[in-house]
Write a protein that binds this ligand. Structure first.
Ligand code: AMP
Length: 292
């Protein structure tokens, strides 16, 4: 496994791999890797000849007062996990390498309307930061298959749109959310939780399960599903709801009447962690759910 910090080195290495007929798989991350990230690596390895994983905590996608400085980092453990899962290249640039114009990006990719709903309402500019860094990473890595978690459903949908609209030669692959045995979605931010908060955090996945069950039982009013989700999260005193939404999984617009698949998405603060979770409910059942 090679650990590279410069754009030039990574480009050279991956161009050589492709010239040798090897298919490149790419897993972009912010590090502090867990079994959710590992599942993306495993899928990438099963479909590609070489896997590159990037570790970059992208300042552009954090708002003022958010947890950029506090975001957990542990490069040694990340490299160990990458080795154990057969990653060929780790790309670990610093902010100067990624944003040469003094740490700022004067030219950005904007996420448009899809970036203003759900998480975009309380995190203005977040998805522009995500699009900008992912567009840069795709230009650095080059033609590849790129693996993203369903855990960040809005991000996955926006990246799919970006690639389609900007004709980026990258195939996007969505992978199911990996969960703890009690249902909590794995997240680097779970590290912020105290033992008591960790117990309370399960309310997000439980609320989603209950709301999904109500749809399976015949509920077709999107607003009633949202109310059920919100009430269930509010029943946990340690959780403070940000949003509870029932939307079309492609457009992310509110599903007033449920006639096809919907994305149920929630965000809540538990202690100092802002946690998100979601499920896609089809009238046949719930998908994208993988027990940890
Ligand atoms: P992050 O390091 O949080 O930016 O995440 C990097 C990638 O890992 C993103 O595509 C996430 O959606 C994905 N990911 C994070 N948590 C999980 C999880 N619990 N299950 C599956 N994928 C995940």
């Amino acid at each position: 496994m090679r650990v590279l910090a410069t754009i030039e080195e990574l480009r050279g290495a991956l161009d050589a791999e492709r010239a040798n007929g090897r298919r490149v798989g790419f897993v972009p991350t912010m590090g502090y890797l867990h079994a959710g990230h590992a599942s993306l690596i495993d899928v990438a390895r099963s479909e590609c000849d070489v896997v590159v994983l990037s570790i970059f905590v992208n300042p552009l996608q954090f708002g003022a007062g958010e947890d950029f400085s506090a975001y957990p980092r542990d490069l040694e453990s990340d490299l160990e996990q990458c080795r154990a899962h057969g990653v060929s290249y780790v790309f670990n640039p610093n902010a100067e390498e990624m944003y040469r114009s003094g740490g700022q990006a004067s030219i950005r990719v904007t996420a448009g309307e899809m970036g203003t709903v759900l998480c975009g309402r309380s995190r203005p500019g977040h998805f522009d930061g995500v699009c900008t860094v992912v567009a840069k990473l795709f230009n650095i890595v080059g033609p590849c298959r790129a693996y993203f978690g369903q855990k960040d459903a809005q991000q996955l949908m926006i990246i799919r749109s970006m690639v389609r609209e900007l004709d980026v030669p990258v195939d996007i692959v969505g992978c199911p959310t990996v969960r703890e045995p009690d249902g909590l979605a794995l997240s680097s931010r779970n590290a912020y939780l105290t033992a008591e908060e960790r117990g309370a955090a399960v309310v997000l996945s439980k609320a989603l399960e209950e709301a999904a069950a109500s749809i399976s039982a015949g509920e077709s009013d999107g607003r009633r599903v949202e109310a059920l989700l919100a009430e269930r999260v509010a029943s946990e005193p340690l959780a403070r709801l940000d949003y509870a939404s029932c939307v079309d999984p492609l457009s992310l617009r509110r599903a007033e009447v449920i006639v096809g698949p919907v994305l149920l998405a929630v965000a809540a603060f538990v202690g100092r962690a802002r946690l998100i979770d979601n499920v896609i409910v089809t009238l046949q059942g719930t998908t994208g759910y993988k027990a940890g």
